[in-house]
Write a protein that binds this ligand. Structure first.
Ligand code: MYA
Length: 473
């Protein structure tokens, strides 16, 4: 969204893995030109790099894209494509690989099957003075250590204004789903002081990818202390979590990241809906457009006092079987979606105070649950706050199904519920059917991309975000 956009407000990166920036008219023009110039999706990171690096003109960006696109079609590397010393050795889709019909590549596992017993028993080499550990997320002291590491070192927006601040309750929820493995919560400690300095996690999940069901690990919370960056510790952490996942006879993984790596299956975009526009402007999350006034903006983002849908109520334990059925049926529409049993729906979707908010609409006559809406609470720290505000309270759209009303109506209620729970902003990716409500409900497009990845599973064609129904916390 441009700074002078009609909606008066131009949201910044909500910190969520947001590595791209809106840098003014040049960048937006370049983006438009790029969209017109080429259809290929993988080239887009190049634009960001070209843009960030040399302050290029629109035409030089387009030139670079066209060159890149042609080279990519021929399977060549261009000077603008960074090399990935680590990722080029991994069983992931690679830039420039020939996936055309008739080529050798097939959809499915990239590495040939192995035996869990072939997995080595010890981890890769860390720099001297550091050691591996498993972080016991049932232990309150360890939870605190993980919380501290992430609070001070995890994902920030590009201008280092906001940093994710996952609560301890959130971390327990995200890391302890049914059948989780304690040793997939990998830490690195300084030997002498036992300080936790790096972290990466996996949790078990089942995903349907283009009709195939895959048991895999969802990888998240990769974090290295700021003082230990750029020392190639990340590849060591990734190899260690891979070893521990393989040891449980699991050979595939999924993950999301703001950075462009070889090679996403899809690229989604964050959208932001202001709930407290005054605060968002005060803290620099949002800017008012050139000719906009605060009173007009307040008016524009005004919401009803309470939800409008009759019968909308909190989801309860008794709803679990019916929500599982409703959601499972809905998720079959998408090329990539989780498969959740009742225990998983209970874990991921039953309301948890200050963590996940879920609501249902039940048809009084038939007792059927017709609609489901949910969001989770992920605040960001305001890093160098110059105001009284220390925290940006952000709600993130999670899984939503509307059958008795249009999705836009259900999501308007989600906004009202989020506002009534004191959130400042409601964030949503352009996944699933979300495009049907984003503009209509005054969301503004953010400046961050979220790339979706599969490890050791190839699909031949990139997917649109609307084909993805996976929300990783
Ligand atoms: C079957 C089981 C498989 C299980 C594993 C599946 C794969 C899981 C993959 C992990 C999914 C995580 C999902 C999330 O949690 S995404 C969230 C990532 N975390 C953050 O952004 C927090 C703040 N940043 C940091 O803590 C560090 O900058 C990190 C740790 C990100 C990199 O540390 P550092 O800056 O000190 O770098 P290095 O010198 O050690 O290493 C450089 C190498 O690391 C590659 N790199 C950089 N960022 C990422 C990234 N986000 N995913 C994957 N790789 C990444 C980079 O391209 C380069 O490789 P190559 O380009 O040369 O090849």
């Amino acid at each position: 969204m441009r700074a002078d956009a009609d909606a008066d407000a131009a949201p910044r990166a909500a910190s969520a893995d947001a590595n791209a920036r809106v840098v003014g008219a040049d960048a937006s023009d370049a983006r438009d030109a790029r969209n017109d110039a080429v259809r290929g999706r993988d080239v887009e990171g190049d634009v960001d790099r070209a843009r960030d690096g040399d302050a290029p003109t629109v035409s030089s960006v387009v030139d670079a894209l066209v060159k890149h696109h042609l080279a990519e079609r021929e399977g060549k590397r261009t000077s603008r494509m960074p090399s990935h010393e680590f990722w080029e050795t991994q069983p992931v889709r690679q830039f420039g690989e020939d996936t055309s019909r008739g080529a050798e590549l097939r959809e499915g596992p990239i590495d040939p099957p192995k035996l869990a017993s072939e997995t080595s028993e010890s981890g890769g080499a860390l720099p001297p003075g550091y050691e591996w550990c498993s972080c016991d997320m049932t232990d309150s002291r360890t939870q605190e250590e993980v919380y501290e590491l992430l609070t001070n070192n995890y994902v920030e927006d590009d201008d280092a204004m906001f940093r994710f601040q996952y609560s301890q309750e959130f971390l327990k929820w995200a890391l302890r789903p049914p059948e989780y493995h304690g040793d997939w919560h990998v830490g690195v400690r300084l030997k002498v002081t036992q300080t936790l300095v790096a972290f990466i996690t996996g949790v078990p999940a089942k995903l349907r990818v283009k009709g195939k069901e895959i048991d895999l690990a969802e990888i998240n919370f990769l974090c290295i202390h700021k003082k230990l960056r750029s020392k190639r510790i990340a590849p060591t952490l990734i190899k260690e979590i891979t070893r521990r996942v393989n040891a449980k006879d699991v050979w595939q993984a999924t993950y999301t990241a703001g950075v462009l790596l070889p090679k996403p299956i899809s690229k989604a975009r964050y959208w932001h809906r202001s709930l407290d526009i005054k605060k968002l402007v005060d803290i620099g999350f949002t800017r008012l457009g050139r000719d906009a006034s605060m009173s007009r903006a307040v008016q524009m983002f005004k919401l009803a006092a309470k939800p409008k849908s009759e019968g909308l109520r909190h989801m309860t334990e008794a709803d679990v079987p019916r929500v599982t059925a409703l959601l499972s049926k809905y998720l079959t529409r998408f090329a990539v979606a989780p498969i959740m049993n009742e225990a998983e729906v209970r874990h991921w979707l039953l309301p948890r105070e200050d963590v996940v908010f879920s609501y249902v609409v039940e048809d009084e006559k038939t007792n059927k649950i017709t609609d489901f809406v949910s969001f989770y609470n992920l605040p960001s720290q305001i890093i160098h706050s110059k105001t009284k505000h220390k925290t940006l309270k952000a709600a993130y759209s999670y899984y939503n199904v509307a059958t008795s009303m249009p999705l836009v109506k259900l999501m308007e209620d989600a906004l009202i519920l989020a506002r009534n729970n004191a959130f400042d902003v409601f964030n949503a990716l352009d996944l699933m059917e979300n495009e049907s409500f984003l503009s209509a409900l005054n969301f503004g497009i953010g400046d961050g991309n979220l790339h979706y990845y599969l490890y050791n599973w190839r699909i031949l064609e990139d997917l649109e975000p609307s084909e993805i129904a996976l929300v990783l916390t």
